[in-house]
Design a protein around this ligand. Structure first.
Ligand SMILES: NC(=O)CCC(=O)C(=O)O
Length: 265
């Protein structure tokens, strides 16, 4: 592992429903802001479905075909600025199907992993319009094992545990998590960090879409459950420094991975 300390930046943005043009333009501006400070980020995370929002009844027409437009922007940006980029998720069209998919890029602009949401959220009708993924979200960033989950996925502790057992030390979570479930959002993210003794880095959107309000509160949580950064409810770039060395420190202090009894449960 080259460097154990990372600066992370989360782009907590509003998303114009059904308007990919506006969303691409806004994201380009915010990505520029994210790298404009002297302390450059090592990793940038974007929110869920940032290209279209939950414009599900028009998703066949709006989704990015084979993710081509998204790839062009995120690949060239990560190469130009030598930054790892977890590209939130987008509505991605593959054949006749639309997926809710994350593309991840390394500092050379190479797409190193993708992950399509495996738990579709019925309360927001995802299962009616989207197809679920069938693989886990695993990736390596600068030699560090990481996991990816999308929004509703955080309600499934089995998933984050499986990724942790596979080696993940940090979990990236793009989201569009609305009111009135702020308490669930914060509690579930903290639980995933504490129970798996890993960093959890989550990026939620803000703004209003129809009657649904999104509260932001993007968070960076360390493996001890401490909140290193938490956004408010407006558009902003959230920054935090994380020391990945803390993962092994916490795991050797309380040895949950050695003490599990999987034969019994
Ligand atoms: N976009 C989502 O998956 C939302 C999940 C959510 O709001 C929840 O309560 O779970």
């Amino acid at each position: 592992m080259a460097e154990t300390k990372w600066n992370v930046a989360l782009i907590q943005m509003d998303i114009a429903i059904g308007e990919p043009e506006r969303n691409f333009a806004k994201l380009q501006t915010l990505l520029g802001e994210a790298v404009s400070q002297e302390k450059k980020p090592d990793v940038i995370l974007l929110p869920e479905m940032w290209n279209t929002g939950y414009s599900l009844d028009r998703i066949q027409e709006l989704a990015d075909v084979e993710g081509g437009r998204t790839h062009a922007l995120l690949s060239s940006f990560s190469r130009e600025h030598r930054v790892n980029l977890i590209g939130g998720s987008i509505a991605e069209k593959k054949g006749q199907d639309v997926y809710n998919t994350i593309y991840a890029y390394d500092r050379e602009g190479k797409r190193t992993a993708d992950y399509s949401k495996i738990h579709l959220f019925r309360l927001m009708d995802e299962e009616k319009y989207l197809k679920e993924g069938d693989r886990l979200g695993q990736l390596e960033l600068d030699g560090v094992e990481a996991g990816m989950m999308i929004c509703y996925d955080i309600r499934f502790p089995e998933l984050s545990r499986k990724l942790a057992l596979g080696g993940a030390q940090i979990m990236f979570v793009p989201a569009e998590w609305p009111n009135p479930r702020l308490h669930h959002w914060r509690t579930l993210l903290m639980a995933r960090a504490i129970e798996n003794q890993m960093f959890v880095v989550s990026c939620n959107r803000v703004g209003v879409s129809g009657t649904t309000e999104f509260f932001g509160h993007s968070m960076v949580i360390d493996p001890w459950g401490e909140v290193l950064a938490e956004a408010g409810e407006t558009e902003q770039i959230v920054r935090a420094e994380i020391d990945l060395g803390l993962v092994s420190e916490v795991r050797s202090r309380i040895t949950i991975f050695e003490d599990r009894r999987p034969a019994l449960y």
